[in-house]
Each structure stands twice: as C-alpha cells, then as structure tokens.
Design a protein. Structure first.
Length: 187
C-alpha cells in the first residue's frame, strides 16, 4: 500500500482540482469496484459495464468543480454512476436484439399476461409502500439497497452514530414490510 492510501477523498479531490493525475488514478482505484457494482444493477453486458464505469469517472472528473463538499465525493460519484447506468439500460431496452447477460431474473415481455400483471402489481405495491414512508426512511433504504452504502457511510451521510444508523435502517425495513404486506395479501 502506498502513502496515498491513507488520504481522504476530500484531500484527493482537492489535489484533483489542481490537476494532479495521480489523485484521479487513486480515486479510480479506490471507488472503481463500487461504481462497477452500482452499474451492474442496470447494465448486464460486460463491455457496456466497462463503458459506463469509464463514463462515470470521466464525467465526475470533468465536473469535480460542481462538487460542493469534497468529503461527499463517493455518494456524488455513485449518483452519477446510477444515472448513467439507468440511461444505458434505457438505451439497451430500445435495442430489441440485445439479450441481457448475468444471473438476474429477466421478465420476458412475451410472457403470459397473468405473470406480467402479477409483476406489475408487486411493483405498484412496492411503490405505494415506499411513498408512504418518511423521507429519512426512503433515503436510508435507497442508500443501502440501491447505492450499496455501508452502515458506517449511512451514519456519516446522515450525521448520526453507527448504532443509530443501524436502528434507522432496521425500522425503515420494518415499516416498508408492514406497509406492503396488506397490499400483497392473497385473497
């Protein structure tokens, strides 16, 4: 490990703003695996994943002056990755000849209408359940489920203790579960 492995993101971002290419490389090595994980949520093709990861860092580095808090580089970077991966997924869906790769469940649009209706009903129940939660609950669920934040990172982002973050996440999950159970009750 090099001496720069101990540098904070904030310090590396400040160096990046002054044109330090080594800082950019270090940020890429540090956050590349997490960005790849976020991108894989929406993109299946390995080449497309590589492209979106590269585009994410290129956009972040080009727009680093727009980052208002240098210590928030990681969440800001992951938000860029999420948006670009959603755009890539939408573009892929417009290309009917592309077959998704990976071990994820893919709904065939030619599937029986009963299955599609059930999937839509489940998605609608989840959307309604989420909409009934507080902003804090929705935020902590999004941070952990969609963006892959650890509890330490949630605690730092919300300016609460680790233990409090754990409780907030547990209660948010419980509230979501309680809110969607009646919507999913089999009649």
């Amino acid at each position: 490990m090099g001496e720069r492995d101990n540098e904070t993101d904030a310090h590396l971002v400040r160096r990046l703003r002054h044109g330090d290419r080594a800082a950019a490389e270090h940020l890429y090595r540090r956050h590349g695996p997490t960005v790849r994980f976020v991108v894989m949520d929406n993109v299946r093709d390995r080449d497309d994943i590589d492209d979106v990861v590269q585009d994410t860092f290129a956009r972040a580095f080009a727009r680093v002056d727009q980052l208002t808090d240098d210590s928030c580089f990681r969440p800001w970077l992951l938000q860029i990755a999420r948006r670009l991966s959603i755009d890539a997924r939408r573009a892929r869906l417009r290309r009917p000849d592309v077959t998704p790769l990976g071990d994820r469940v893919v709904i065939d649009l030619d599937a029986p209408s009963e299955l599609l209706a059930e999937v839509e009903e489940l998605a609608a129940a989840l959307r309604r359940g989420l909409s009934g939660l507080s902003l804090r609950d929705r935020t902590v669920l999004s941070m952990t489920v969609e963006l892959g934040f650890t509890l330490d990172e949630v605690a730092e982002a919300l300016d609460i203790t680790y233990g409090n973050a754990k409780v907030v996440l547990h209660r948010a999950r419980a509230r979501l579960r309680r809110s969607i159970e009646p919507l999913l009750a089999v009649g």
